[in-house]
Ligand binder design. Structure first.
Ligand code: BES
Ligand code: MN
Ligand code: ZN
Length: 492
């Protein structure tokens, strides 16, 4: 699918998306792109066939002069109540249902949008992003890659100025980088090995404009990342420590991102159940989110410095596996009792977080990880759970989630929870018990020091086996847009 924009004169589409606010006054029937066809909105609304409620869709089809026209009305509810999230869901849903009708071209008419969000630019950006996101489907491993009927999607407006173009470019870039992230998650663990992940990061860095450095086993060992190396030990795949650097504000402060990059999590000797293991290719969803964000940040040339790292490996089973009951070291120097080899993510993360703070000298750090099943129990799959040591920095992260139209919720860090990290034979235990999402976050905090830090648990959010009406199944791309917006909030 190609996406572009145009003023409405002389355009001909097979499908048209008409977003509709409840208070909409415009008579759509004057729209040139309708080629004289009439949309009986007054009748539809007064007869309560279509009320314009959020996410409500209504399809009308016309055939005239042997040309087909499918119109998809999509409700947006009341303008002052509409969130960015609901807006994107509505656009995505309308797009996916029109695409299902096998049209070759779609026009999206942006109507009465003044006053929505912060600017028209933002509306255009969210529209473009939602369309690109809704278009993607993971087909790489299918032998029969059916040719798509849909060729072009066009944003139609009477006023295409520089702001419109800027919003369009940013939205398409965000959607594309989310797609890159989703493809990383969707590729199975036999394809998406740590080596393959590192290679794809290199190609993204070349394409969008950030620097990539890969640390191999010997260097990782020299850095004394014993926690990371314990996790990877039983894997036949070599670990990779992936470093990404983008400098958009030389001399200014640097934001740090850390992504959990378990290309597969079998649980290790604390083996997962067959059902639990089946989707564990998704355990590099945090890494994929960070990588996608770096792509978007570099592509949009943000005036900010961002460094990101991923300790990529697999958690497997072999004669040299690390064991429940082992006590291991870490780059930060603390010793860790292994209560469960399935609590492996935090082990890779503490070395990565310690490294990015002390060796890359970042000023603030966000880590993103598919860390705990407990997060799904506490907040469901769509919401990201956060733990932080700094209210001011979390407020920024919270704002960036709002801009991105994704959900985040800060968990409490009550003092008693920290007590649970203690172990009678080691400095810390890696399985400190309930509340599992919080104690996992607090475990990472032990390696952070005073650097402002936010931990984002995206378990269940970065991948789902069932699609939704605005996004297909598989990797969701969650986290890319909030991290991008965080970097944008920190521009000079
Ligand atoms: N990768 C899992 C968490 C996960 C669960 C991600 C579901 C995506 C969907 C993580 O490594 C894990 O196994 N966590 C354990 C921690 C426990 C052993 C302390 C868990 O949640 O059970
Ligand atoms: Mn695990
Ligand atoms: Zn894991």
């Amino acid at each position: 699918m190609k996406i572009n924009y145009s003023i409405q004169n002389d355009l001909s589409f097979e499908g048209i998306i008409l977003p509709y606010f409840k208070e909409c006054k415009e008579n759509y029937n004057q729209l040139e792109i309708l080629k004289g066809n009439k949309i009986p909105t007054e009748f539809l609304v007064s007869d309560k066939i279509f009320k314009g409620e959020k996410q409500e869709t209504y399809n009308l089809n016309f055939i005239k002069d042997n040309a087909r026209l499918e119109v998809m009305l999509v409700g947006l509810g009341e303008k002052k109540e509409l969130s960015r999230r609901d807006f994107k869901k509505a656009i995505g849903k309308a797009y996916k249902s029109l695409k299902g009708k096998k049209v070759v071209s779609i026009g999206v008419y942006l109507n009465e949008i003044e006053g929505l969000f912060d600017s028209e630019e933002e509306v255009v950006k969210n529209t473009a992003q939602a369309l690109v996101v809704a278009d993607y489907k993971y087909i790489t491993q299918k032998s029969d890659k059916k040719e798509e009927k849909l060729e072009t999607v066009t944003l139609v407006s009477n006023n295409i100025d520089d702001n419109f173009k800027k919003g369009f470019g940013e939205g398409v870039s965000l959607g594309n980088n989310m797609e890159f992230c989703r493809e990383l998650v969707n590729e199975p663990a036999n394809v998406m090995t740590p080596t393959e992940l590192a290679n794809r990061v290199k190609s993204l860095g070349d394409k969008t404009g950030f620097e990539v450095e890969i640390l191999e086993y010997d260097k990782i060992k020299e850095l004394k990342m014993e926690a990371f190396l314990s996790v990877t030990r039983a894997s036949a795949e070599p670990p990779k420590f992936i470093i990404m650097r983008y400098k958009g504000n030389p001399g200014g402060e640097t934001l740090g991102f850390v992504g959990k990059g378990l290309t597969y999590d079998s649980g290790g000797l604390t083996l997962k159940s067959p059902a639990g293991m089946k989707t564990m290719k998704c355990d590099m969803g945090g890494a994929a989110g960070v990588i996608g964000a770096m792509g978007a940040i570099a592509e949009n040339k943000l005036n900010v410095n961002v460094t990101a790292v991923v300790a990529a490996c697999e958690n497997m089973v072999a004669g040299n596996s690390y064991r429940p009951g082992d006590i291991i070291g870490s780059m930060g120097g603390k010793t860790i009792f292994i209560g469960s080899t399935d609590a492996e993510g935090r082990l890779t993360l503490v070395d990565a977080v310690y490294y990015i703070i002390n060796n890359e000298k970042v000023d603030k750090v966000v880590d993103m990880a598919t860390l705990t099943g407990a997060k799904v129990v506490a907040l469901g799959s769509d919401t990201t759970g956060a733990v932080s040591n700094n209210d001011e920095f979390f407020a920024k992260v919270n704002k960036s989630y709002d801009k991105a139209g994704e959900y985040v919720w800060l968990m409490p860090s009550f003092p008693e929870f920290k007590e649970q990290l203690k172990h009678f034979e080691a400095d810390l235990t890696n399985s400190p018990g309930n509340p599992g999402t919080i104690t996992a976050g607090l475990f990472i905090r032990e390696f952070v020091g005073d650097t402002p830090w936010v931990h984002l648990d995206i378990a269940g959010a970065s991948y789902n086996t069932k699609g939704k009406d605005y996004i297909s199944s598989g990797g969701t791309g969650i986290g890319v847009s909030p991290l991008y917006h965080l970097a944008k909030l920190m521009e000079k």
